[in-house]
Write a protein that binds this ligand. Structure first.
Ligand code: ATP
Ligand code: MG
Ligand code: MG
Ligand code: MG
Length: 477
């Protein structure tokens, strides 16, 4: 089953059950606490908070998502992409657990011929929040899942809140058993590689107060209007339905991966490290293409920096595979546009624009690498000769300040060489530079400094280092 068909089936099923099909919102979140939309419910949040009236109390969507906190998992696990699509059904004060659970089961197990996904019942496992007996009973008594395939989990995995006072509630997750060749028996609590999480059902049931930590807050009571928010990973479903090992081998991503292998001469499936690079390239090129298409431009802050980092990681992984020449990103972007174009016709319409942005970023990064890599290599050489385990802070600083190497890049390149980086030393020098700039700004006010040099300094020291978007993004489904 093609990826596009997975989305069609999901939406059709819920449309048949009275849900309004809502098109995906842009990746640029309206919500000011988020850089990028990272879950299907994000555009529906104002309805769930009672701030806006929904066009229908039952809605369904296939939402584009980017999860930057997952970037280091990409290519290493079978299931994490930076860009992915979350299929969801939403009830705003309409139906609750007693319907959401049977809907999910029916869609997953209904035969493919009848418009479902045709999963054998015995392959499915579910988790519930540890004291959510209501959900457990629905799974067991109403749906018929044997108790030994229902596992209980605690706050960290099976309780959802936005991190602030407001609606919250237990979740129930559905997992597909990929079989003993993928790992240990014992259900999802034993092994999340073998048991692949495909769908998360969130039951927005309670109101929480302010609390101490992420998982420690008082429950103030039941919400008067309870909501349902679910998220199914389209790519994970496609991997199962297409019988492949991981999401990077599903139809759309595979075409990019395969082209990257052709362009660099790498052979997929021979070498662990090269395989990871190929998967990273496939994922990142697609993410970059989707982000540019939604109007994001590479930059040094916020989502612009996320995009820049993703594009530059693709380019660096191409180089690790021996693909050093300019123009590779153009070829790969063209494949991403073609393969995603069926679901997102805008990509094809604006292809020329997307290429212009990505080609320019490739050109500027290749220039950065040309000048900086020799300096980096010399620093590595010197570190090795001296027997130190880390690249010195002043070397990382010089790479940043003179050659435009963001610290992320230095960290990643050092780690590829088996070295660490003295990050504390680096940050100290950055701070000294900032303090100097501040003092100069004071002096500027009193009228004795070359202003153009100062602007240059401030411009370069802003954003890159203090950016904390990867860890600060909140509110996942
Ligand atoms: P995991 O535990 O595997 O990291 P999650 O619990 O963080 O997943 P949710 O926040 O529950 O994921 O998101 C709902 C669904 O979206 C998941 O069940 C999964 O199918 C899909 N999903 C989540 N993160 C990713 C990702 N990085 N790449 C692809 N699909 C994802
Ligand atoms: Mg996750
Ligand atoms: Mg999970
Ligand atoms: Mg989950």
């Amino acid at each position: 089953m093609e990826s596009a068909e997975v989305a069609r089936r999901f939406l059709n099923f819920f449309e048949e059950h009275g849900h309004l099909v809502v098109p995906s919102a842009s990746l640029i979140a309206e919500d000011p606490t988020l850089l990028l939309v990272n879950a299907g419910m994000v555009p529906f949040k104002p309805y769930m908070l009672g701030q806006r009236t929904p066009p229908s109390p039952r809605m369904t969507s296939a939402q584009k998502c980017v999860r930057t906190p997952d970037i280091d998992e990409v290519g290493k696990t079978a299931r994490h992409a930076t860009f992915f699509q979350m299929l969801g059904n939403f009830s705003i004060g309409n139906y609750f657990k007693e319907q959401a659970i049977p809907y999910a089961w029916e869609l997953l197990t209904r035969s493919e011929a009848d418009g479902g996904f045709g999963f054998p019942e015995e392959k499915l496992w579910v988790t519930v929040f540890h004291d959510d007996d209501e959900a457990r009973d629905i799974w067991h008594k109403q749906v018929g899942v044997p108790l030994d395939r229902i596992q209980r989990r605690g706050m960290a995995d099976n309780f959802w809140s936005m991190g602030v006072p407001g609606p919250c509630g237990p979740c129930s997750e559905i997992y597909y058993d990929r079989g003993p060749e993928y790992g240990r028996e014992g259900g999802p609590i034993a092994d999340e590689d073998r048991y692949l999480e495909v769908w998360n059902l969130v039951f927005m049931q309670f109101e929480r107060g302010a609390g101490q930590g992420k998982d420690d807050f008082p429950i103030l009571g039941e919400l008067p209007a309870k909501n349902i928010d679910t998220g199914m990973g389209l790519e994970r479903m496609a991997a199962i339905l297409q019988g492949v090992d991981n999401i990077y081998e599903t139809d759309t991503l595979w075409k990019i991966l395969d082209r990257a292998a052709n362009l660099t001469g790498a052979k997929y499936g021979r070498d662990q490290r090269a395989d990871v690079s190929l998967r990273v390239i496939a994922d990142h090129v697609r993410s970059g293409t989707m982000m540019v298409s939604d109007g994001i431009r590479p930059g040094n802050e916020g989502r612009g920096y996320v995009l820049r980092r993703i594009l530059r990681r693709s380019i660096r992984n191409l180089r690790l595979l021996g693909g050093e020449e300019a123009g590779l990103m153009h070829e790969l972007t063209a494949v991403a546009i073609r393969t995603m174009g069926e679901q997102y016709p805008d990509l094809v319409r604006t292809a020329a624009n997307i290429h212009t942005v990505i080609d320019a970023e490739e050109e500027s990064f290749l220039q950065t690498l040309r000048t900086g890599t020799a300096i980096f290599d010399a620093a590595v050489e010197e570190t090795r000769r001296s027997g130190r385990p880390s690249l010195a802070g002043d070397q990382a600083f010089k790479l940043h300040d003179t050659y435009g190497f963001p610290i992320d890049l230095t960290l990643e390149m050092a780690s590829e060489q088996g070295l660490q980086v003295d990050e504390d030393g680096f940050r100290r020098l950055m701070k000294e530079q900032r303090d100097r700039a501040k003092k100069d700004a004071q002096d500027k006010k009193t009228g004795n400094l070359d202003v153009s040099a100062l602007d240059d300094l401030l411009g370069r020291s802003g954003g890159q280092v203090e950016f904390t978007g990867y860890t600060d993004v909140v509110g996942e489904a």
